[in-house]
Design a binder for this molecule. Structure first.
Ligand code: SF4
Length: 376
């Protein structure tokens, strides 16, 4: 029996950016003039009030985007006013995504005053040529400047996002990883470059203007990056996420541990118990949804569907899938059901079993999608 707990994790989507990056398929667009941002914020406020019964006292808040730090000081202040009724002394982690070139001392001080204690900085690369190819709105020097400013202002929990798989050559990529490590952030996320439809990158690849590295080459980059990160004290606690001194992203662990979360704003998704609902990605439809008070999209998962999600998410984590807990939660014996497949993957060196837990090996993590699909 699934207990339909309320969400202790809140995500807020800020869809505004300085400009569109070439690979970006997120719901984001250049910021409208001031009033447009404020009218979006009033919609967010409305949605939060509408959905507040899904919330328990929050443990984590994550403001993502988009580029939340592209908001003006006044808009950030307004955002703080909207969130503050949902903050209690139970809150452990309050993350805001930031991009270099959109931060200054005043903004950082304001974020801290609002209770922000973790910043995730979109570095992506420390090679200016690659940043230009990515269409990023900043240079490597601006990333360093933003990072140092955050540290100076006392943000002591920092993540750097990096992209893996751009055609830049080994040396450039490894140099980016080394630079990131030298800054000693508490957390580093490595994102595989995905070529999504309706992006400039998609067109560039289709026209042959950009030739992406072969998969095997990217696996070598991964291998080298993981080695470097681990040698420098970063624990690979999730396939693509590394933390020093167990400073994991508590908010993202909510997703990976298949726990309830509420997402507010354009294109945000929520999952509370077996109930999943999501918002549209245009302002017009978002406004309409709030007027009618009807979810844009929703579904009630079966226990079986939820179990599949649990398997996929848990196996991405270093802690793996606890087979006893799985059996207790879903009344299903995972080993009895998948024993043959598991044995096959163990023999191939892609999975391993220890103390009633199932894990992906490092080799398995490079072909995770192929392995995980066998269990759904
Ligand atoms: S900053 Fe992030 S959300 Fe904005 S366009 Fe670039 S990748 Fe997309």
């Amino acid at each position: 029996m699934i207990i339909t707990n309320k969400a202790q994790a809140l995500y807020l989507h800020m869809p505004f950016c300085l400009k569109k990056c070439h690979y970006c398929a997120f719901t984001s667009f250049p910021a409208p003039a001031g009033e447009g941002v404020f009218s979006y914020l009033s919609l967010i406020k409305k949605e939060l009030e509408w959905r507040k019964d899904f919330l328990a006292p929050l443990k984590t808040i994550y403001v993502g985007g988009g580029t939340p730090t592209s908001l003006s000081l006044n808009a950030l202040e307004k955002l703080g006013e909207i969130i503050s009724p949902y903050i209690s002394d139970k809150l452990l982690e309050f993350t805001v995504e930031a991009n270099p070139g959109t931060l200054n001392r005043e903004k950082i001080r304001l974020l801290k005053d609002l209770g922000v204690n973790r910043v995730s900085l979109g570095a992506q690369s420390f090679n200016d040529e690659i940043l230009l190819k990515m269409g990023r709105a900043h240079t490597a020097a601006q990333t360093l400047e933003a990072y140092n400013l955050l540290r100076e202002e006392g943000i002591n929990n920092l993540n750097l996002d990096l992209i893996i798989g751009y055609p830049e050559g080994r040396e450039s990529f490894i140099n980016t990883v080394k630079t990131a490590i030298s800054l000693k952030p508490e957390h580093i996320s490595l994102y595989d470059l995905k070529v999504e439809e309706n992006t400039r990158l998609y067109e560039e690849v289709a026209k042959g203007e950009i030739i992406l590295p072969e998969e095997d080459e990217v696996v070598l980059y991964w291998e080298e990056a993981i080695n470097l990160l681990e040698e420098n004290g970063y624990e690979r606690y999730e396939i693509a996420n590394f933390a020093r001194n167990q400073q994991y992203s508590r908010h993202n662990l909510t997703y990976w541990e298949n726990k309830p979360y509420l997402g507010i704003g354009l294109a945000a998704h929520s999952k509370v118990g077996l109930y999943r609902f999501w918002n549209p990605n245009t302002m017009l439809e978002y406004r309409e949804m709030l007027l009618t008070g009807k979810n844009y999209g929703e579904e009630k998962l079966t226990l079986e569907e939820d179990a599949k999600e649990e398997i996929i998410l848990r196996l991405r984590l270093k802690t793996g899938l606890n087979l006893q807990e799985f059996q207790k939660k879903y009344r299903r014996d995972f080993m009895a059901e998948f024993g043959d497949k598991i044995q096959k993957f163990i023999e191939l060196g892609l999975l391993f079993l220890e103390d009633d837990r199932l894990f992906l090996t490092r080799k398995g993590s490079f072909v995770a999608n192929t392995v995980l699909i066998e269990f759904i």
